[in-house]
Write a protein of this length. Structure first.
Length: 359
């Protein structure tokens, strides 16, 4: 890359970085530098990004691809953002590297013979597992799949994706987060990324492996208990700009299936029918607290992850992956929306000050 090209890209990144990071959901500069580095060191030739926004991450990826001679196919659902992203790409002189499609990625027709060697996921967090299921079979062995917001507060909305990574036999994963110091104070340099490398194509033919098989793949190690009191509380709750909601709950040990079903129904009844909801239920605070710790023994973790509850506008029925029996239960959605969609819970004795409700 010559100096002029480098300067053009740098100017465009400077321009974007003064826009509101919150309004545009942009990744941090440090996470962007890592994306560029990963594209370069992987020698990526064919990358795909879901959720380009106004182009901040797109430019970083494209910068790496400029060095490898690769191409990036980007998806952005919102028209104004897709336009802004294309303009940013053009101003940075990266039009030959990037194409941006304005479309909901879940509606996109993907050529079955298309292959990617780098996938970057940064769109609806509650849908991350759906994107994964579409793209994993198209990812080359040795290729990278990178999910953003793996360590920020938002990660509660993609807990099912992060838990799937813990159990997937064809992926090697690390969580990456950067910190910097100003004086004695440490600051996080970004929302963190789960960087996974595909080690084998073994499960490529299994349709929707992540969503459909997650429950079945996790060993049922425990006898379902009885008569637990179903007091429950949110350890963490996160609602995004689109109303997508992630909730992490800790319940008393070993709830029975009936109790859990009652709880699920009660939780889902408070949400609109077409909402995106991702609720994770643990029956042991330690397992919940170690959810992002890849060194925590997976057996212990999954022993205490009781269920994942999933509602999605595209699904006709609600899904409960009930781990003690390794089954996915399907529930009819209610016919109408609740009068008041707001949910209220008691407070947790385990809640740390940082683990309150976040909006
Ligand atoms: C967190 S922002 C992306 C920020 C961007 N990666 C950056 O760093 O500048 C998420 C973006 O994903 C888009 N999005 C959400 N769901 C989508 C989908 N199903 N298909 C395409 N884009 C989607 C949103 O419109 C939003 O602009």
């Amino acid at each position: 890359m010559n100096d002029d090209a480098q300067r053009g890209i740098g100017r465009e990144l400077d321009r974007l970085s003064v826009l509101s990071q919150d309004d545009n959901g942009m990744i941090s500069r440090e996470d962007g530098r890592l994306l560029k580095l990963l594209a370069e060191t992987r020698g990526a030739r064919s990358a795909i990004e879901i959720g380009c926004g106004v182009g901040f991450s797109t430019l970083h990826l494209a910068c790496g691809l400029l060095r490898t001679g690769g191409r990036l196919a980007g998806w952005e659902g919102v028209e104004t953002k897709a336009r802004d992203c294309r303009e940013a790409v053009a101003r940075a002189g990266l039009g030959g590297v990037v194409t941006v499609r304005q479309e909901d990625f879940l509606d996109a027709e993907l050529a079955p013979d298309q292959r990617y060697d780098l996938v970057f996921l940064d769109a609806m967090k509650t849908d991350t597992l759906l994107y994964f299921d579409r793209l994993m079979p198209l990812l080359e062995t040795g290729g990278l799949i990178i999910a953003h917001d793996a360590l920020g507060g938002e990660n509660v909305k993609m807990r099912d994706y992060l838990d799937m990574l813990k159990g997937h036999p064809c992926l090697d994963t690390v969580f990456v987060s950067s910190e910097y110091r100003v004086g004695a104070q440490a600051h996080r340099g970004g929302a963190g990324m789960a960087v996974s490398r595909k080690t084998s194509p073994e499960l490529d033919d299994v349709k929707s492996w992540g969503r459909r098989r997650a429950a079945a793949e996790i060993a049922a190690r425990r006898e379902p208990g009885t008569a637990a009191r179903m007091r429950h509380w949110p350890e963490l709750e996160y609602v995004d700009d689109y109303g997508g909601r992630g909730v992490l709950l800790v319940v008393p040990p070993a709830p029975s299936k009936d109790e859990l079903l009652l709880l699920c129904r009660a939780l889902l009844e408070t949400r609109p029918r077409d909402a995106s909801v991702n609720i994770h239920v643990y029956d042991e605070p330690d397992a919940a607290a170690n959810r992002d710790n890849f060194h925590y023994p997976a057996g212990e973790y999954f022993d205490h992850l009781v269920a994942q509850i999933f509602r999605h506008p595209r699904l006709d029925r609600d899904e409960i992956r009930y781990f003690p029996e390794g089954v996915t239960l399907l529930l009819e959605k209610p016919e109408t929306d609740p009068v008041s969609p707001s949910a209220r819970y008691g407070r947790s004795p385990h809640a740390s000050p940082a683990a309150g409700a976040a909006a």
